[in-house]
Design a protein around this ligand. Structure first.
Ligand code: DP6
Length: 380
């Protein structure tokens, strides 16, 4: 695919879609091999893979109404990384609500997203939009809503495209939804479809692309079915350094090239592990990825640390418990202090008991979220 097949120009005079709304529910995801470092525009420096979650999701309704305003068009080359792009100023109006409350502070990020997608969705300028969104997890939980939020919004926009162009194939619908989501937030490309999703070109993963996420193409071993992820809410505050700033610090980072090469190797290894079911190797690789991600943060300039003392206490407890019991419980981290505790479904009773007895005390207000692998977004 060279990019052109993603561009859909609707007829502005068509009366097929005057107004209406679409609603999608999209999940969050947790990366096993991490995306950290990007180039223009929103293209990953290395491929990543994640488990799709189930209970952590965003539900978004997109209301749209055709406007009569003429858009003012300016060319902005390279805005969409390889796809022809046209930026449109003062084009349409949009408003954003979270749980019924107007959120002007969300408009900047969504405005950037809407500008970026114009190259592939020019018809979006013909509509005024109201975005109504709800997260299943509390806004101040330290869980980023950008992956699930951008995925849900992108799918609503794709539903508009499908209404205008009913002949679009399912394959193109989901690929393009992932491409749009990526332009909102990189990890959102992995929140569309599939239990395990690869985003970023990898030489041994057929169909993989820097432009969009694809479902992991191989048969996954029983050990990884219904995998559990309990998210321990260690710190629910705003992050001191945003992901976007962190990604940018990989430019000129002394270990960047080694890290990108390592991520490629780790994805090859993990692909084997997911097929052969080796839980010991899974634990080793996933924890190493999490700590490498944070090592990149600590060795950036400026350097920063997102883990908190309780993050380390939890890691220590997990290591001790694994040693004592032979359990396959392990941890991963995203760009924050919260800990994702991962374990096979068959160890549910053992590990849930351990979490309740030994880990909950390290969570803010003892709060945590029990989640497990899900299959992807759903239209409501
Ligand atoms: C550490 O997708 O939040 O969670 O593309 O700037 O929106 P932007 O960044 P984002 O980065 C997520 C980074 C990560 C690892 C991962 O999910 O792969």
């Amino acid at each position: 695919m060279d990019g052109n097949e993603f561009i859909y120009e609707a007829d502005k005079n068509s009366t097929i879609l005057e107004d209406g709304s679409f609603t999608w529910k999209a999940p969050s995801n947790i990366a096993l091999v991490k995306y950290w470092g990007k180039r223009n525009v929103q293209l990953p420096e290395n491929p990543s893979i994640s488990f799709t979650l189930s209970n952590c999701f965003t539900e978004t309704t997109l209301e749209f109404k055709k406007n009569k305003r003429e858009a003012k068009v300016t060319r902005l080359d390279d805005e969409v990384g390889g796809l022809s792009a046209t930026a449109i100023e003062q084009y349409h109006e949009f408003d954003v609500f979270l749980d019924g409350e107007r959120k002007p502070e969300f408009k900047k990020k969504i405005g950037v997203f809407l500008r970026r997608i114009i190259g592939v969705i020019p018809f979006i300028c013909d509509y005024d939009l109201v975005i109504r969104t709800h997260n299943s997890f509390p806004h101040s939980s330290g869980i980023a809503s950008s992956a699930s939020g951008m995925a849900a919004l992108s799918l609503c926009i794709m539903s508009m495209e499908r209404a205008l162009n009913p002949s679009i194939s399912d394959e193109l619908f989901y690929k393009k939804a992932s491409l749009l989501a990526r332009l909102g937030s990189g990890s959102a490309a992995r929140s569309i479809k599939g239990e395990l999703v690869v985003w970023g070109k990898h030489e041994h993963i057929q169909g993989s692309s820097d432009q969009y996420g694809v479902a992991f193409p191989h048969k996954v071993h029983e050990n990884f079915k219904n995998y559990q992820d309990t998210i321990l809410l260690v710190d629910k505050g705003e992050k001191v350094v945003s992901s976007t700033v962190g990604h940018n610090l990989m430019h000129g980072h002394p270990f960047a090239q080694q890290r990108f090469a390592q991520a490629n190797k780790n994805l090859s290894k993990l692909s084997e592990i997911l097929q052969n079911g080796n839980l010991e190797e899974f634990v080793n690789l996933v924890e190493s990825e999490a700590l490498t991600l944070h090592a990149m943060m600590m060795t950036s300039n400026p350097y920063f640390i997102l883990m908190k003392p309780n993050t380390l206490q939890i890691i220590d407890k997990i290591w001790k418990f694994r040693k004592e019991t032979g359990s396959h419980v392990c941890f991963t981290l995203d760009a924050g202090a919260n800990v994702h505790v991962l374990f096979p479904a068959k160890e549910k009773v053992l590990v849930n008991d351990f979490i309740a007895r030994e880990l909950v005390d390290f969570c803010q207000k003892n709060e945590y979220i029990s989640d497990s692998v899900g299959t992807g977004a759903k239209q409501m």
